[in-house]
Design a protein around this ligand. Sequence first.
Ligand SMILES: Nc1ncnc2c1ncn2[C@@H]1O[C@H](COP(=O)(O)OP(=O)(O)OP(=O)(O)O)[C@@H](O)[C@H]1O
Ligand SMILES: Nc1ccn([C@@H]2O[C@H](COP(=O)(O)O)[C@@H](O)[C@H]2O)c(=O)n1
Length: 219
Amino acid sequence: MSKPLIIAIDGPAASGKGTLARRLAAHYGLRHLDTGLTYRAVAAELLASGEDEPDVAAAVAAASRLDLAAMERDRLAAHDIGEAASKIAVMGELRRALVERQRQFAAEPPGAVLDGRDIGTVVCPDAAAKLFVTAKPEERARRRTEELRGRGQDVDYEAVLEDLKRRDARDMQRADSPLRPADDAHLIDTSAMTIEAAFRAAVAIIDRAVSARSEACPS
Ligand SMILES: Nc1ncnc2c1ncn2[C@@H]1O[C@H](COP(=O)(O)OP(=O)(O)OP(=O)(O)O)[C@@H](O)[C@H]1O
Ligand SMILES: Nc1ccn([C@@H]2O[C@H](COP(=O)(O)O)[C@@H](O)[C@H]2O)c(=O)n1
């Protein structure tokens, strides 16, 4: 049986990694996991419990109950859930519980595309191809504002920009699994790229990485 094909995609908030990951999964016939939703689902459960201070034990328990197939992207997209997710994402014990679930998902044949903050560095360091997707904060905020307004949310561009910057700083500065490109990741800056152009650039990188890998280790 051939080894599962794993594609790792990381990047800051609203850089377009999820959009790219979904298209790549469809293109290569792989499953897709938005790992941000795993943090959001845990955060949503803690918010619903009404506790003021997030509790590590409660977060780990919520992670162990998590049904990856039942995470609702639309419900979890809410702004306050994203903010709460980035606060609990500093908890090392919670990260270990979620990383375990994410690795199990990735290991199932035929493989998967995972997107998040630490996929290439921590979750799947042996992925066949690693992308680090980024874009200027102003462009990311413009896209996110448009997206949230399209979902009927009344949001202000400046507030969205400030939130993105704050969340990026928290994700880059945390001690455990900070957001950073893996040493062997390929950078894609989508600031001036359409979704289609970003997809084509990613496919070219992945096809090269996969064929270099199969030449190095023929099955
Ligand atoms: N290259 C692009 N050009 C224009 N818009 C884009 C591009 N890529 C993604 N978008 C749009 O930007 C928004 C954010 O994209 P997406 O949700 O894929 O980002 P993300 O990095 O997965 O965000 P998050 O980390 O918050 O989940 C979406 O509305 C998406 O349609
Ligand atoms: N691999 C990951 C994925 C996400 N996070 C944290 O969750 C927050 C929400 O993620 P989105 O991708 O849905 O925006 C994010 O700000 C991170 O703090 C993570 O730590 N690791």
